[in-house]
Design a protein. Structure first.
Length: 725
């Protein structure tokens, strides 16, 4: 029997087979790691921009348009050499890294440093620390590890405050709620609030058009308005409650801690300092409805407000269920997906931080050191000894990459075992045809191999008797390598997928906040600073197309001078053009100039003849058609053109799966004759113009063209057989 020959040939086959997997796996894993590192870096950059916008929207200091355009430009992330030049000594960067890691690993010490010294900071520095520095140190609370450690820090600060004072947080210690809020906004609750609030707004704006005043507490009160506002808030709380699955689990962890730590004060913290603050900061100031809604919410948790006694009684009688809402959004689920933790650990825990953040941190630490004995925390004393703040302590434009962990990347733990010299031995065997050779020992095999002229002297040295006998360990090593690399490949692939999902969530939040910053703040600031550049010449409004080319040229040149990135330049230009259209209609009320005397009858008859088509639709299509009809109803001549455009496009997108005829049926179901005045304005000032391609996407232009044709058929009362499937 040739046991040695059979076993050795089996070894070569298995070794070749496993090695054929290993080489591609190494290549694939390497590329996936590179992609993962880029994705995590992009995620950190996106979250940095989000929090910078939040800081701008939240700070009480006067903000100029120059401040606003910073997060709308390309992020300035410094390479190693320029980053080191920001410090007075090159080794200070590493010392900051060690100091930060010490603080993150010791949340109770960090809590004392913050609590005992935050009062020495200016209000804007507290805001910056809460919205920028604190989140960046904990990687914007992306991982469960960072959520756990930051919650422990906030809990320690809270307990320290309760021990020294009480559960109530007075204005002097408002920095505690600022820190809560900094965590809260970093968890991306935007989708939750937008889905809960925005669908209610068109109905509310329609219902509060009528005003009726009565005396209450010797003042005039808008009784109908406040009735509708209370109904709106009650519906809002119900929607916030039922949509609690959309509420980020990381935010639920914070609310759970607040509820447990402040048993007699948690409602005020959650409603006033988190939910109401978020709504007031990140939703447009439409007729003060959000401010009034948050006043009702504050009243419902027992806070003193400016509401009259009658209104306070109405709020009390409405039974707004705040307790149920808080129960839902403070109940985190216990099933955690650790893939994002894996992604961060694999790519290395690197964050972006500004010199200003390091300067604030340095001040907190040096102030703390001045009030405690050095022997209490010798490690911290050693870190601080001789270290200074960055050269430009107020620099919040440039970002430094900083490691917030001293541990190696977990990728370093995946070791490839050395299988030499068997890689070369098997390669030699592959070059030789041993199929007809007979051998039953390592010595016989060596003799056959040595007599082969194609083997060099160097290769012969590898073919020792010992190596030819002890091949089993190499087989185990290459098997382990294949298994470990395959496991790593699966882990990398799933981790990259989850990380891409996190990128999508962050991008969606960034898109909303960017639009909000541009539309609600930057545009107004620019209009005030450059009134002549952005002014509309009313003499040209009756023939606006004649100035479109000039308007586009001036706007493009002006926006280019701001050095925004491409996407944000487009958004600002779009806002300027839409405001131009709004000003035309505000000045001359063109939406009201269409004769619609016959339209109610035409729409009614059209609806009666074709309603059966809607009944025959599937339940899902019926819901889509109904949603579109409701949005059509909210188009009013008193609305700004830009708002009506938003309603119209949202409605048309609900009808994209239908035939074009569905638009006519939906208009007739809505019964809204004001649609024709709005479409008349579009035909006069937007249709087939240079602005159309600048304001709308190709798909939006296509939908608007369908709308024009549909309203024309209805307006002319042309006999038409519908097909809406």
């Amino acid at each position: 029997m040739n046991d040695f020959r059979d076993n050795f040939q089996a070894f070569c086959r298995l070794f070749n087979n496993d090695r054929s997997y290993i080489i591609p796996l190494i290549s694939i894993n390497s590329k996936t790691v590179d992609e993962l590192v880029k994705t995590i870096k992009k995620l950190i950059e996106t979250n940095t921009l989000i929090n910078h916008i939040c800081y701008i929207l939240d700070t009480s200091k006067p903000i100029t348009y120059n401040d606003m355009i910073i997060p709308l430009q390309k992020l300035q992330v410094l390479s190693v050499a320029p980053a080191l030049r920001l410090f007075k000594k090159p080794n200070h960067k590493d010392r900051y890294i060690h100091m930060i890691n010490f603080l993150l690993a010791n949340p109770q010490i960090f809590a004392q440093i913050i609590y005992l010294n935050a009062l020495q900071l200016k209000s804007d520095d507290i805001c910056y620390f809460s919205t920028m520095t604190f989140p960046s140190l904990y990687l914007y609370f992306m991982t469960h590890h960072d959520q756990k450690m930051s919650i422990e820090l906030l809990n320690s600060i809270s307990k320290l405050h309760i021990y020294l004072h009480s559960q109530k947080i007075d204005p002097k210690h408002q920095f505690i709620t600022d820190l809560f809020y900094g965590y809260f906004i970093s968890t991306h609750p935007g989708e939750y609030f937008q889905n809960s609030i925005l669908p209610l707004i068109p109905k509310l704006l329609t219902s509060i058009e009528k005003q009726e005043l009565k005396y209450s507490d010797k003042t005039l009160v808008r009784i109908i308005y406040w009735n509708h506002m209370i109904i709106f808030v009650k519906e809002l709380v119900d929607r916030l409650t039922t949509r609690s699955p959309l509420f980020p689990n990381s935010a639920k962890l914070l609310l759970k801690m607040i509820k447990e730590t402040f048993p007699s004060y948690y409602k005020i913290i959650i409603i006033k300092y988190l939910i109401c603050r978020y709504i007031n900061n990140y939703f447009p100031k439409v007729n003060n409805i959000y401010y009034d809604a948050t006043m009702i919410l504050n009243e419902s948790v027992g806070l003193d407000t400016y509401l009259s006694s009658d209104m306070k009684d109405m709020v009390k009688e409405s039974n707004i269920d705040i307790e149920r809402l808080i129960d839902k959004i403070s109940n985190p689920h216990s099933l955690f997906n650790n893939k994002i933790d894996d992604a961060v650990e694999m790519s290395g825990r690197v964050t972006l931080i500004t010199p200003r953040s390091l300067s604030i941190l340095h001040k907190l630490l040096t102030d703390f050191q001045s009030i405690v004995e050095e022997s209490n925390i010798p490690v911290l004393t050693n870190y601080l000894c001789g270290i200074s703040e960055p050269k430009n302590p107020k620099d919040d434009l440039q970002y430094i990459q900083l490691r917030v962990s001293l541990n190696d990347s977990s990728l370093m733990n995946t070791k490839i075992q050395n299988t030499q010299p068997y890689d070369e031995i098997v390669e030699i065997i592959n070059l030789i045809d041993l199929g007809n050779e007979s051998y039953n020992s390592a010595e016989e095999l060596q003799q056959i191999l040595f007599t082969n002229c194609r083997i060099s002297e160097v290769q012969k040295q590898l073919l020792s008797i010992e190596n030819l006998k002890n091949y089993e360990s190499a087989l185990q090593k290459i098997f382990d390598n294949k298994r470990n690399l395959s496991s790593l490949n699966e882990k990398l692939a799933s981790t990259l997928f989850i990380t891409q999902n996190e990128i999508d969530i962050s991008n969606s939040n960034l898109e909303y906040l960017t639009n909000f910053l541009i539309n609600e703040h930057l545009f107004l600031s620019l209009t005030g600073f450059y009134p002549s550049t952005l002014a509309i010449i009313h003499n040209d409004i009756f023939s606006p197309k004649s100035i479109y080319v000039s308007l586009v040229h001036t706007t493009t040149k002006f926006v280019s001078s701001l050095n925004l990135n491409q996407e944000n330049s487009y958004l600002l230009q779009k806002k300027i053009f839409l405001d131009f259209l709004d000003q035309i209609d505000l000045a001359f009320e063109f939406q009201k100039k269409v004769k619609t005397d016959k339209m109610p009858m035409i729409l009614s008859e059209f609806c009666q003849m074709n309603t059966h088509l809607a009944v025959e639709l599937s339940p899902q299509k019926q819901r889509n058609l109904s949603k579109a009809a409701i949005k059509f109803q909210y188009i009013k001549p008193n609305n700004r053109v830009s708002y009506n455009l938003q309603l119209l496009l949202d409605a048309l997108k609900n009808l994209e799966s239908f035939s074009d005829d569905a638009i006519m049926l939906t208009i007739s179901i809505s019964g809204n004759i004001h649609i024709f005045g709005f479409v008349y304005f579009m035909n006069s000032y937007i249709h087939d113009s240079v602005l159309s391609n600048l304001i709308f996407t190709e798909n939006e232009n296509r939908l608007l063209e369908k709308m024009r044709k549909s309203t024309q058929i209805l307006h002319d009362n042309i006999p038409y057989k519908l097909y809406i499937e």
